[in-house]
Design a protein around this ligand. Structure first.
Ligand code: PLP
Length: 374
């Protein structure tokens, strides 16, 4: 008889559910017999790869027989220069998800508690469970973080707190004053990860500079990514900025080659491509305005978002199609969005902001599915 391998897995892992990945777009096209599917499901940059990156990748191909630079010297240096920190404060990850996991693995034991908000990023409970630690999900306020409730929920066992700002999947945003006030209430031996994956999209006058607070709050780790506004989701590169002592610990746990050569090169290149970043943000702002106005015109309640996506209630009275059902119907129309029942929002859908024509396709599809006047 074959062994029950699940019973061999560590207890935390036994309770994990695999990530529900969508089908590849071309597979769906074949299945549904349609072409030109629009994918607005993963908060990717709709602008396409920066042309500066294409050129840089081309010239990097010749080096691919070699291992990448395990220290990510040039990228770390570029980040340190840009954010006015020392190179030894930067840790690179295979996407910032890698860092979130590294931080949890390096610091959290099974006896510890890890805190995050209800409706927060799915990776937080995932990395917590994988370690077998206790996840503490604090109820949200207006779909966002309730920082007072989170401060009040800190116990002797709290080791790590994740805060996503802007939050995914709700797009809610915490003002700088509120985060700072929260940090003053967190004991110095509790780590706080401020996950700023959508930082570049947030309004410049309000997003501040949390990296500058690290000297005042040594337990603060700021993580960011090249997957969203910089358009490198497929290459997997993110980073954290922290005290050098924390970076040193993360570097002990990190796989030496967690960032591949193409990812390093692309990130270093796009970091200096101000033009691409500006275009990305401008396109996002336009699309955000467009979709917000569309929802308002059709009486659909949406959550104001500072990210590159918008979350809308498609079943306000709870008497019609649920989010999952509307998602399925949109799929038949060739538009992929993200149902977020798993985040505790069964009547909402998260829509990534696309290009003008992609947004148009989405609006038409939603009108068909919900019988709206366009
Ligand atoms: C997209 C996202 C990330 C980034 O993931 P990568 O691994 O860098 O691609 C991190 N945090 C949140 C909240 C996100 O939505």
């Amino acid at each position: 008889m074959s062994c029950d391998f699940l019973s061999l897995a560590n207890v935390g892992v036994q309770k994990l559910r695999p990530y529900q990945a969508g089908k590849p777009t071309d597979e769906l096209e074949r299945e549904l017999g349609i072409t030109h599917i629009v994918k607005l499901a993963s908060n990717e940059n709709p602008l396409g790869l920066a042309s500066s990156v294409k050129d840089a990748l081309q010239s990097e191909l010749a080096t691919l027989t070699r291992y990448p630079d395990a220290n990510g010297y040039y990228l770390k240096k570029a980040l340190a220069d840009k954010y006015d920190v020392n190179v030894d404060q930067v840790t690179l990850g295979n996407g910032s998800n890698d860092l979130l996991e590294l931080i949890a693995r390096a610091f959290v034991c099974s006896e510890d508690e890890v805190m995050f908000a209800q409706h927060a990023f799915v990776v937080y409970p995932l990395v917590t469970q994988a370690i077998g630690a206790t996840a503490v999900a604090v109820p949200a306020k207006d779909y966002g973080h309730d920082l007072d409730a989170m401060a009040a929920a800190i116990t002797d066992k709290t080791k790590l707190i994740f805060i996503a700002n802007p939050n995914n999947p709700t797009g809610t945003f915490l003002e700088q004053d509120a985060i700072k006030a929260f940090l003053t209430k967190v004991p110095s031996d509790v780590l706080v990860v401020l996950d700023e994956a959508y930082f570049e999209y947030a309004m410049p006058s309000r997003r501040g500079n949390a990296i500058a607070w690290i000297s005042e709050f040594p337990n603060l780790i700021v993580s960011r990514t090249f997957s969203k506004a910089y358009g490198l989701a497929g290459l997997r590169v993110g980073y954290s900025i922290s005290r050098p002592e924390i970076a040193d610990i993360l570097n002990r746990v990190r796989q030496p080659f967690n960032c591949n050569a193409l990812a390093l090169k692309a990130a270093e290149t796009v970091l200096n491509d101000e033009d691409y970043l500006q275009k990305s943000v401008a396109l996002n702002n336009q699309g955000m305005e467009d979709l917000s106005a569309f929802f308002t015109d059709n009486g659909l309640e949406y959550i104001a978002s500072m990210g590159n996506f918008i979350t809308v209630n498609v079943n306000p009275l709870g008497d019609k199609q649920s989010g999952d059902q509307v998602y399925q119907a949109l799929l038949q129309e060739g538009v992929i969005v993200r149902p977020i029942t798993g985040y505790g929002l069964p009547n909402h859908l998260r829509i990534s902001i696309g290009t003008h024509s992609e947004n148009q396709r989405f609006k038409e599809a939603l009108c068909n599915v919900l019988n709206l006047e366009s």
